[in-house]
Design a protein around this ligand. Structure first.
Ligand code: HSE
Length: 323
């Protein structure tokens, strides 16, 4: 049986989840691939960290070139997170002729053209379904079966941490600081929640959505962005009195003159809108296509297994497209 060999960059939470998805669903994945699929090398410094998977020590490498220069490796999965060194490593992998799958929204959004050019020049694919909405298959849908549409608008709840905090402030009438501490204690918010609560993570995801939906790339730093840190319990109560909920929304719209308006900020959503039913850490992307109409993609926007599901889905798309 043919074997597809994968090099994995990063064995943190998402890397571990992806490894686990392959172990859990090996039969389904290999049947779909028509080949054996194996993660053969892993770039990771913290070999001894406690993980709920068994990884043979000989798979670990400390030099990324061990992966990029290995002619037997077909696909590189990048799950390091952050803009650098991840962007440079993705570029090196692509220029070495490896297909790349990543969940890294910060790297894809910040280095979009550089990475797309490297993929084109390397004659390989760069896929990043897991970068927006975690396990929700939104990017493949937008660029695949919805391609016949001209998209007019997107409204996304694309950050689970902030949706969890706003949802809990709404349902329990608690102040922001108290809910943030509770979310950190339960592992729903990072110890340093800045990228989430200031809207930076949502801006990264909006940058990617806009590039794919409107063919209009905007660097995340150029997206007007306001987070949720100033939302008070009385703002939420005031909205509720008007049958509205406050949600952090990544918004972009094609205006009549053809320009694209975009921003990330807390917005009031009428409680009959489908986005108002998105609770806890869940994500949803509401899109308006000129022929399909309105659609909402909903599901788990983060977490090791949902994100690993999207990563392995991209791996299978690559394998199947090469068959
Ligand atoms: N910190 C992100 C969130 C993780 O809260 O949604 C998924 O990108």
């Amino acid at each position: 049986m043919k074997e597809i060999k994968i090099g994995l960059l990063g064995l943190g939470n998402i890397g571990t989840g992806t490894y686990k998805v392959l172990e859990m669903n090996r039969d389904e994945i290999e049947a779909s691939a028509g080949a054996a699929v194996n993660i053969v090398k892993i770039l990771e410094k913290d070999i001894d960290r406690e993980r709920d998977i068994d990884v043979p020590r000989e798979k670990f490498v400390s030099d990324p070139q061990d992966i990029f220069a290995d002619p037997e490796i077909d696909i590189v999965i990048e799950l390091l997170g952050g803009i650098e060194p991840a962007s440079t490593m993705i570029e090196q992998a692509l220029r070495s002729g490896k297909h790349v799958v990543t969940a890294n929204k910060a790297a894809v959004a910040a280095s979009y053209h550089r990475l797309m050019e490297a993929a084109e020049e390397g004659g390989v694919q760069l896929r990043f379904e897991a970068s927006v909405g975690g396990g929700i298959p939104v990017l493949t849908a937008l660029t695949g079966c919805l391609r016949a549409n001209k998209f007019n608008r997107v409204l996304g709840i694309v950050n689970g941490t902030t949706n969890y905090i706003l949802d809990k402030m709404t349902s329990e009438g608690l102040p922001y600081e108290e809910v943030l501490k509770d979310a950190q204690a339960k592992g729903f918010a990072e110890a340093d929640p800045t990228a989430d609560v200031e809207g930076i993570d949502a801006a990264n995801k909006l940058s990617i959505l806009m590039a794919l939906m409107f063919d209009h790339y905007v660097h995340p730093k150029d997206i007007p962005t306001k987070g949720i840190t100033e939302i008070t319990a009385s703002d939420i109560e005031d909205a509720r009195a008007k049958n509205q909920l406050i949600k952090l929304i990544a918004y972009a719209e094609r205006m009549e003159d053809g320009t694209i308006k975009y921003e990330v900020r807390p917005m009031r959503i009428i409680d009959t809108h489908p986005l108002s039913g998105v609770h806890r850490e869940y994500n949803a992307v509401f899109v308006e296509g000129n022929v399909v109409g309105n659609l909402m993609f909903y599901g788990p926007g983060a977490g090791p297994l949902p994100t690993g599901s999207a990563v392995m889905g991209d791996v299978l798309e690559i394998i199947r497209s090469q068959a």
